[in-house]
Write a protein that binds this ligand. Structure first.
Ligand SMILES: [Ca+2]
Ligand SMILES: [Ca+2]
Ligand SMILES: [Ca+2]
Length: 370
């Protein structure tokens, strides 16, 4: 890959021109449903690549070309699977730079949602600040493009590709409609890890149906309820900004269980009511501790207002938080509001006193009746 760092424009090679001529620009309607998968199809001739060390930049059909991205939304299994078709393998490649060789990989996959920015790191072979692969919330993004012999801005990339016969697009979006604007942000800078990724079942994937014929098809899965429901834009960009794709989608709400979490089901004993005769041991549930360290990016404790019964629920678009129902049980620690230990202790102490006095009075009644 590469680009004119010093302002000199490189002309695309004859090879690139031939590639452009043979490539189909935008072959199909994006985000099309086919065999249970939804597809966003990218331009087939908008990837740039430096041809040799210090050499000119080629446009279209090269090692960085992205052809498409598909998403399978399995509501019943609470699973989302993402598949990518490109000439760049999951672990990236060592390629010629302006001077010498360097490793250029994939950026992270971002989801712009109504609850803010989420990011998925799906390969260890990139320059993301996510320490381990997985799903992250409350994410900020940064660009590693220049460190990867890449583009300084989206418009620099667009202008170069157009001048050299390519048709730059971002899958479902026009290239200039990138959710990251004119920046080349492409990896996670900070965030809170909320889940892992796992191996994808790519059965039924059929990029060829759309003429997408990248040499590499790979994917990964993650738990669906980690993401909020509703509209999203998923964006995937290579570390060098040599090609980018976006997928515009919607996650419909799952049918909700009839009983709210935390309330006892009808007919079930309330777990918060101590049985008579069993001593009450004050305990602080682990879930109320917001300081539990997590691997990866340092955790910034946060207090979602909506979960504090003492605070009115307020809408704050500046600091969107995830509705509780979208977070599986194993991640609830980060959304719980810590109750002051003293208040909890007073409450427990009060309960003990109350129970003791009730027991005494009932004992009195029993002995009185006897
Ligand atoms: Ca492309
Ligand atoms: Ca790199
Ligand atoms: Ca593209």
């Amino acid at each position: 890959m590469g680009h004119p760092k010093n302002g000199t424009l490189f002309l695309a090679s004859v090879v690139a021109t031939l590639c452009s001529l043979s490539a189909i620009s935008k072959p199909a309607e994006a985000a099309t449903l086919h065999g249970g998968w939804r597809y966003a199809i990218d331009s087939f001739n908008d990837a740039t690549a430096r041809m040799w060390v210090g050499g000119p930049t080629d446009v279209g059909g090269n090692r960085f070309e992205i052809y498409g991205m598909a998403i399978k939304d399995d509501i019943a299994a609470n699973k989302i699977t993402v598949a990518i078709n490109s000439n760049l393998s999951r672990n990236g490649a060592t390629v010629p730079y302006a001077s010498g060789y360097g490793h250029t990989g994939w950026g992270d996959l971002f989801f712009h949602t109504r609850s803010g920015l989420f990011g998925i790191n799906f390969t260890q072979s990139n320059d993301s600040d996510a320490r381990t692969t997985g799903v992250y919330k409350n994410v900020t993004a940064k660009s590693v493009s220049l460190a990867n012999d890449g583009w300084a801005s989206n418009s620099d990339y667009i202008n170069f590709v157009r001048r050299n016969g390519g048709n730059p697009t971002m899958g479902d979006l026009s290239q200039s409609a990138s959710r990251f604007g004119n920046s080349t942000k492409n990896v996670i800078d900070s965030g809170t890890k909320i889940g892992d990724i796992f191996a994808a079942d790519l059965r039924g994937i059929d990029f060829g149906h759309f003429g997408a014929r990248g040499s590499q098809t790979f994917g990964f899965s993650f738990t669906r309820s980690l993401l909020p429901t509703g509209d999203f834009v998923a964006t995937l960009i290579q570390e060098c900004f040599n090609d980018a794709i976006a997928f515009v989608g919607n996650l419909p709400q799952r049918p909700r269980p009839p009983v709210r979490p935390g309330l006892p089901r009808p007919g079930q004993p309330n777990p918060n009511t101590p049985s008579p005769g069993i001593p009450v041991t004050p305990e602080i549930p682990e879930a109320t501790n917001p300081n539990t360290p997590r691997p990866g990016i340092p955790v910034t404790p946060e207090i979602p207002e909506a979960t504090n019964p003492n605070n009115p629920i307020t809408e704050n678009p500046e600091t969107p938080d995830i509705p509780e129902e979208t977070i599986p049980d194993d991640t609830t620690p980060v959304t719980k509001v810590p109750e002051p230990t003293s208040l909890l202790a007073i409450g427990v102490f009060g309960t003990i006193l109350l129970l003791k006095s009730q027991r005494k009075s009932s004992e009195k009644n029993l002995s009185g009746n006897a």
